[in-house]
Ligand binder design. Sequence first.
Ligand code: ADP
Ligand code: MG
Length: 693
Amino acid sequence: MLTLASKVENINTVGKAIAGRLKKMGIGNVRELLWHVPFRYEDFSQTVPIGQLQSDQMVTIRGQLELLSARRARHRRLSITEGLVTDDSGSLKVVWFNQPYLTKMLKPGDSIILSGKVSGDLLGRQMTNPSFEKDKADTTHTARLIPVYSATEGLTQKQLRYLIKTCLPLAANIKEWLPEEIKQEFKLIDLALAVEQIHYPDNQTALEKSKNRLEFDEIFLLQLQQQLIRQTLKRVSAPPIKFQEEAIKQFVADLPFTLTKDQKISTWEILKDCALSSPMNRLLNGDVGSGKTVVATIAAYNAALGGYQAVLMAPTAILAKQHLQSINKILPASDLCYALLTQAEASLYDGENIVVVKKSELLKKLASGEIKFVIGTHALLQQQVKFANLGLAIIDEQHRFGVDQRKTLRAKSGDTETMPHFLSMTATPIPRTLALAMYGDLDLSLIKMMPAGRRTVITRLVDESKRTAAYEFINKQLTAGRQAFVICPLIDASDKLGVKSVTEEFDRLDKEIFPHLPVAILHGKMKAAEKDKVMQEFKDDKIKVLVSTSVVEVGVDIPNASIMIIEGADRFGLSQLHQFRGRVGRGEHQSYCLLFTDSHSPQTSKRLRVMTEVNDGFALAEADLKYRGGGDIYGTAQSGRLNQLRANLLTNVNLIKKARTAAVNILTADPTLEHYPKLRERMEEYDTSGHME
Ligand code: ADP
Ligand code: MG
């Protein structure tokens, strides 16, 4: 007896080979098989008499197979199976390529159903490679809306359909976990029915209803999870850090520039949150160069003056060092002791200079509370690191703290009761709908405007015929002292680290285009230390042209770099292109971003041309949503959490809002979901299934 928990091997027709291929797609048991939902449908629901067929119609015909014969094409390695199908109204020729086994499955005289596209004209209509099956009431491949699944090598649509169809009766055993009142309020069908109908819908309406139900589930779970985090944080206490009004005002007045309005508002929102006795959980979102570091520094300075320590964690050692340097420029020469800790380096500000110290010394001063502000990498999460009284944790470019990171940090002050305040920073502009869907547990501070006086990066979509001219232009810039980035896309999915394309491009540029200049390469297969070394050399102007994959973090501030070349630009989202572009235009020189593409599609040019006209990262992110859907905005490098959601969900603001309201309501009434055991169980499953980073 098959159950939902049965391994796929226990399905009659599944042998080792098929089971292995299913596993590759994450399908180990019947339940997972049923949750492998189609990504589109073939509409074969229209049955038409042969005599009334029109060309280019997607149809189903029912008839008798009159003739069937297979032969080999003479000059090619191609097998051709031809048949003739007849009904009361006429006959139709049918051709299949490379399916010689058909003569064993079908015989003249069989009643069959064929679904596919009709081609040809009145003189000779035919169907080529149609789906077929013997006539019966409950069809799997023809005569209805037919599911199309993502498949894998060695596993055909036909096999998947057959397997899923076989197990479909078990969908009835899938337990409902949504409370009845929510189902009624949102007019949602039963979960079991939705799963059954998502594979073999009775009709379009039934399909819409099951899509609705399953999409609601996805959004609702996410919202519920986010609201749970919010609620948990509200119950936890955090040190209220008083707003040090006078000192902060002085600090802001002493800055070498005036804060933008958005910077001021963000700073104010952050300081206000920090003054509360429950932990801040805020995302500071602003384009590259919009001035997030200053805002973070003010928050850290305020914490230090209030008697607490602050930590700023960056994804790489180079970025951490860069933060230290910019913080060093803006923090007033005071007795405030701040430091840097990475895997390889420990240094601190001694009141005058930044000096290298022993790691043990730094750790001691952190534990004693002498160091007020520490900047670093994940090295800060190591066990030896202890704080005296951590009040504020800031994380750069990682979107959010995972629950484990929070716990680790919390434990470091030897205090398990209170939690520090949390601030995440990201330069990826997040459109409002996306923020609503994905970051419901975070409060948002936006820096939308750029500091005054920034030059915009001149962006051009360069035609292949102008490549040589473009290189001449670049060469002139390089000879005048500037530096250039070259970004290469991943050629194929198997080359996850992007070694292949970047190596080819590097060789070409190094040997043929810029043989007179130092060119270097950066890709995902290099060790962290190697990458850091190359970046440092580029920063020190020892390298003129840096050829890099998109998977490598190049978020380093190199004011002298004024050229950004992006190869295969069509492969990137606009937001991603904008991120790359943000690497130049950081210094006094006019900067340029040149986009190349092999694509000749007018749509692609239209999309890429947006880059040449729009400089606002938020606007580009919105445009991305329109052109490519939400899933693409963050590319492959982003957390699994985003990929869970299908793109169309992210643009469905209404659904998101409704799901959020439902989540809030249910948690307000029952904060621990005590009266909703099934929902709670589902949430727990959801939490551990990789949705939480
Ligand atoms: P982000 O981290 O958002 O990419 P940074 O904080 O590194 O941006 O700021 C980029 C540069 O702009 C830094 O050199 C910083 O000193 C400078 N800057 C920040 N705010 C302003 C401002 N309001 N006016 C002028 N320059 C600013
Ligand atoms: Mg920054």
